[in-house]
Ligand binder design. Structure first.
Ligand SMILES: [Zn+2]
Length: 136
């Protein structure tokens, strides 16, 4: 971590490359006691209340639970755009903007985290469809 002035749409939710190990990704903590992840900047594990936590970026891969399509542009996204409730591979559930053709999304679709650099110089994040069955 350094003194760089980062401009982000929501610094509590995600981190850029070099901000945390595994960045860019969602801001999270992994619990050394139970191994589970808690979203955000946290002092104790949401699952077992241990304070033995490691801050890192997570949520690089996720699955779409459901989504809706927004008709009004907002947050640097041109309308129509999709917003989805997603479950990351670590089990964190959140709402996130979806990048790409709004019609292409559906329940169970595999997604990956992408950093979105807006022309204004502000960085945001979104999820896009994983390309054809990325190898493990
Ligand atoms: Zn825990």
């Amino acid at each position: 971590m350094d003194g760089m002035t980062e401009q982000k749409t929501n610094p509590h939710v995600f981190v850029l490359k070099d901000e945390l190990p595994n960045g860019p990704g969602l801001r999270a903590a992994r619990c050394r006691a139970c191994g589970r992840h808690t979203q955000g900047r946290v002092l104790v594990c949401a699952h077992c209340f241990s304070d033995d936590l490691e801050a890192l970026a997570a949520g690089h891969s996720a699955e779409l639970i459901e989504h809706s399509i927004a008709r009004v542009p907002a947050g640097g996204f041109d309308a129509p755009y999709a917003i989805g409730q997603i479950r990351t591979d670590e089990g964190m559930i959140l709402f996130a903007p979806l990048l790409g053709d709004p019609q292409a999304f559906g329940p169970g679709k595999r997604l990956r985290f992408v950093q979105v650099d807006h022309p204004t110089g502000i960085s945001g994040f979104a999820y896009e469809l994983e390309e054809d069955g990325a190898p493990e």
